[in-house]
Ligand binder design. Structure first.
Ligand code: ADP
Ligand code: MG
Length: 279
């Protein structure tokens, strides 16, 4: 982990949203076997030529077929993997390794089963946070995600949706300038998923961060994002890149039945190779 992680921060002050930029980012992995698609010189090209800039406070949804490299791009943004080419900038500065400005949330809440909900959220606090301030921050975040009554529960005693809310609070405890979410609601039932989407919007208002949201759900992207980026590849060129960038009209919260959004939904589904009239 980067030594910059040890920087203490005031847990109670609001985070400042940071810009995130991919400059010519590519990713290739050493091939596990010579039969993989896109295999070239013993490496599999997963991403190529990604140029993308997220403005501070923007919510950007990343869509793409399964295996198109969405998680790979998010891991690069998180500093969990280094790109094979190109550069990542966080808050306007080149970033390698895990940036103290970024926090990540995954599809599984990844809570520690032996710790209470409170203590799991406290794990996200920046190192060196004053104890009293840390406690106050956790209490505030638990209230923000509606878990104030579950502080002492263990992860096994709460529902999947509640665990995902605790996971979100833990990510926010880091006071991230950039929140990176990889299909965060993908494992939840449809109703809980909608509630979590509303919660994410409330959280985004209360804690201004930039959000990169990986999702395979077109409706989720349309409900939440300022812009939607679609990753995809062409048959003859190894590696996925940005195929479409779409600005989503209308202030949030949006009317899910809006006609303009329905048209965009059709466009996005067609881009993803799904016939919108057959769903
Ligand atoms: N560490 C790795 N080593 C080798 N191949 C990988 C690794 N991580 C991902 N891949 C490959 O990269 C491709 C994209 O994966 P991923 O980013 O998980 O796609 P998505 O999230 O869009 O479904 C897949 O073919 C996957 O097998
Ligand atoms: Mg993925």
């Amino acid at each position: 982990m980067s030594s910059a992680l040890a920087e203490p921060a005031l847990a109670s002050s609001a985070p400042t949203a940071a810009a995130l930029e991919f400059r010519g980012v590519a990713q290739a992995f050493a091939a596990r076997s010579g039969t993989a698609r896109g295999t070239h010189d013993g490496a599999t090209q997963v991403l190529r030529d990604i140029h993308l800039e997220l403005a501070p406070g923007e919510i950007l949804a990343l869509l793409g077929p399964s295996g198109s490299g969405k998680s790979t791009l998010l891991r690069i943004a998180a500093g969990l993997d280094s790109p094979s080419a190109g550069e990542l900038l966080v808050g306007g500065a080149p970033s390698t390794g895990i940036s103290p400005l970024c926090a990540v949330g995954f599809q599984e809440p990844r809570l520690l089963p032996w710790l209470s909900v409170h203590d799991n959220v406290a794990l996200g606090l920046p190192k060196g946070t004053d104890k009293r301030e840390g406690r106050a921050a956790v209490v505030r975040l638990l209230a923000l995600v509606g878990l104030e009554h579950c502080a002492d529960y263990r992860p096994a005693e709460i529902s999947g949706g509640m665990a995902q809310r605790a996971s979100l609070a833990r990510a926010l405890a880091r006071r991230p300038g950039v929140l990176l979410l990889d299909e965060p609601f993908g494992a939840l039932d449809a109703l809980t998923r909608l509630k979590m989407q509303d919660l994410l919007l409330r959280v985004h208002e209360a804690e201004p961060t930039t959000v990169l949201l990986v999702t395979h759900d077109v409706d989720e992207a349309l409900a939440l994002a300022d812009r939607i980026v679609v990753l995809g590849s062409e048959p003859s060129i190894p590696g996925a890149t940005i195929q479409h960038v779409l600005e989503v009209p209308g202030d949030r919260p949006r009317d899910r039945a809006d006609v303009e959004l329905a048209t965009l939904r059709g466009t996005l589904l067609a881009t993803l190779g799904v016939d919108p009239h057959r769903r």
